[in-house]
Write a protein of this length. Structure first.
Length: 616
């Protein structure tokens, strides 16, 4: 029978389109990005071109053609210059590594408070890697000046350690270099107990003529990170905040776009710029009252492209017998919201919290994170905080959901009358629709009310997905039992009876990729406990709604819980906990309302059919 019921059609279209678009954007998209990143990496491995673009200051010598695999070897000898690299140890509560006296490079740095994986013996997260190794990553500082007799310090300058033996929060180090022509450069490097290095350069002129110099700093990375492209909603690449008069705007440039635009220059008073990963940031921070010229550049090389964020200060003239001092800072660490916010306040750095990629829904994503972080402080568990956040969202939408469930309960009670109208006007679809709309008006029912709570939940769902993906507070956050990382997918799998059988389904010949539970995206047949529970709650919630009058629509909707069980399986465990718990709360709310309106529901039918009958 032909049915023109507006509520059913719109409900079906809204739910299906939203979820399919979300799946395309959040799952299939990252797969395409990953393939694109792999192609880009292969292209970079064969790229050739000029070693130095116009306008680049302090360019290092071209990287060695042979990649150094042994870190100890790379630390001992500077690959760019071939010089023996004496080093100063860096040791703080949050950082560990070394600083090379060749160029004064900070090029060996680990974040000791974070591990690569959940394994107990997992190494700490590596941020910087020395020159010559694959994916080398470093920060450099120096001076530039035209026709300066004796030269100025740059990437290949061999500094002399004149004070201090180890760089710690309480023991800065002093480096000295004399150019032999009347200029002496003194660099004091200090570090706090978190992630900020302070580099204070002093230039003393013992000559007879004034000298004009410009200070610079640079963060540079050889090639793109190996993890690039695993998730489409993550920004990785160039980042910064630029402006003047206290008004700064953020700028982001993903690696793909960055490569297409090899040079992007801006002038700024204060601000900051650098290179960001999903959870980590390396950024240059000038004194906030100083004007600087900044640039994001891509330098092509024989093996890999070099991506750099450069900050160039204004001309500084050193009169004979005088000296000048210039200070710049380096943030090198984890993008924790409270730490970035504290540096914003203490150092006056604008928009540093936006180093975290809050996304275009930042006005929703960040408050959601702050609420989640507050609940975590109260409950001591991120998973419990997600459950608490779900309750708060449900309370916020409670009146709206109540209206929707009242309309659905009334419609369920009106099913007999609706069937009568359809039979009475089976040959006249227009008359049938008019009678149904008149029935809705008499009973004060909104046929679209059931769509509204679902539509409103979609931005919240996306914002939570973003929070779980980009905030380091969610990284490796455990829940209970087998869920030890809420930002990763549920590791359990139905094909080994959720761990009861000592077998890894992903090792199965030919179809292991489909059966595995550790896929990075896409529909797989490997279902975890959370995905199955989510599918069950979706089915039960759907069963409590009025049945679709059209048989085709009814069959499609009956199949949707199965489809979305597989679609949702690769998502983060925290998302599945949120959505399944949201469904449970919705079912409870709808159950109470259906009781109030004496509407039939599958829960009571199950109790009557099985529990009470068995007890009798």
């Amino acid at each position: 029978m032909k049915d023109d019921n507006g509520r059913n059609t719109i409900l079906f279209v809204v739910i299906t389109v939203i979820f399919l678009v979300a799946y395309q954007f959040l799952v299939l998209g990252p797969q395409a990005e990953q393939r694109k990143a792999a192609l880009q990496a292969r292209a970079e491995s064969t790229a050739t071109g000029p070693a130095r673009p116009a306008g680049e200051v302090g360019s290092a010598a071209p990287a060695a053609a042979k990649v150094i695999e042994d870190r100890a070897q790379a630390l001992a000898t500077d690959a760019a210059t071939g010089q023996t690299s004496a080093r100063v140890r860096i040791r703080t509560p949050a950082l560990q590594g070394t600083l090379s006296l060749v160029g004064g490079r900070i090029d060996d740095l680990f974040l000791t408070q974070y591990r690569e994986t959940l394994d107990a013996d997992s190494p700490p997260v590596e941020l910087f890697r020395p020159q010559g190794m694959r994916h080398a990553y470093q920060a450099l500082f120096g001076w530039s000046g035209p026709n300066v007799a004796g030269g100025v310090p740059g990437p290949s300058t061999v500094w002399r350690l004149t004070r201090g033996g180890e760089l710690t929060p309480t023991t800065p180090i002093t480096l000295t270099w004399d150019n032999g022509a009347g200029l002496r450069f003194t660099r004091v490097v200090s570090v706090d107990d978190r992630f900020v290095f302070t580099v204070q350069d002093t230039v003393a002129n013992f000559g007879a003529t004034p000298i004009t110099l410009r200070p610079w700093g640079r963060v540079e990375r050889l090639g793109v990170p190996a993890t690039l492209g695993k998730n489409q909603i993550i920004h990785e690449g160039a980042i910064g905040a630029f402006g003047e008069d206290g008004r700064h705007t953020s700028r982001q440039l993903k690696y793909g776009d960055w490569r297409k635009k090899p040079v992007e220059e801006k002038e700024s008073v204060g601000g900051w710029l650098g290179i960001t990963d999903q959870y980590w940031l390396a950024a240059l921070i000038p004194e906030q009252d100083q004007r600087v010229e900044t640039a994001f550049r891509v330098r092509e090389g024989q093996a890999f492209n070099t991506y750099s964020a450069t900050m160039l200060g204004m001309d500084r003239t050193v009169a004979p017998g005088r000296q000048i001092t210039h200070t710049q800072r380096l943030f090198a660490g984890a993008k924790r919201n409270e730490i970035l916010a504290d540096y914003e306040k203490s150092l006056g750095v604008p928009r540093l919290i936006y180093a975290i990629d809050w996304g275009f829904l930042f006005f929703l994503t960040r408050p959601l994170f702050l609420t989640l972080d507050f609940l975590y402080g109260l409950l001591g568990n991120v998973g419990m905080a997600i459950l608490g956040l779900t309750v708060l969202v449900k309370l916020l939408l409670f009146p709206l959901a109540n209206k929707a469930y009242e309309s659905l309960s009334k419609m369920r009670n009106l099913q007999p009358k609706m069937e009568e109208i359809k039979k009475k006007h089976s040959a006249d679809a227009q008359k049938q629709q008019q009678e149904l709309m008149a029935l809705y008006q008499r009973e004060k029912i909104n046929p679209l009310a059931g769509c509204i709570p679902i539509v409103i939940q979609i931005p919240v769902f996306y914002a939570l997905y973003k929070v779980l993906t980009v905030t380091i507070e969610m990284r490796h956050a455990p829940f209970f039992g087998w869920i030890q990382d809420l930002s990763a997918r549920d590791p359990s799998n139905i094909w080994n009876l959720f761990g009861l059988i000592p077998w890894d389904p992903s090792s199965a010949p030919l179809i292991g990729g489909l059966l595995g539970s550790d896929a990075t995206g896409g529909i797989t047949l490997g279902l975890g406990v959370l995905a199955i529970f989510y599918g069950f709650t979706m089915w039960l919630q759907q069963a409590m709604n009025p049945p679709m009058p059209d048989p085709v629509q009814r069959q499609i909707f009956a199949f949707l819980p199965i489809v979305f069980t597989f679609i949702m399986a690769p998502f983060a465990a925290g998302l599945l906990i949120y959505w399944a718990w949201n469904n449970v709360l919705s079912i409870l709310q709808q159950y109470v309302i259906m009781h109030r309106f004496k509407a039939e529901n599958p829960i009571d039918q199950f109790i009557d059919r099985y529990i009470r009958k068995t007890a009798a």
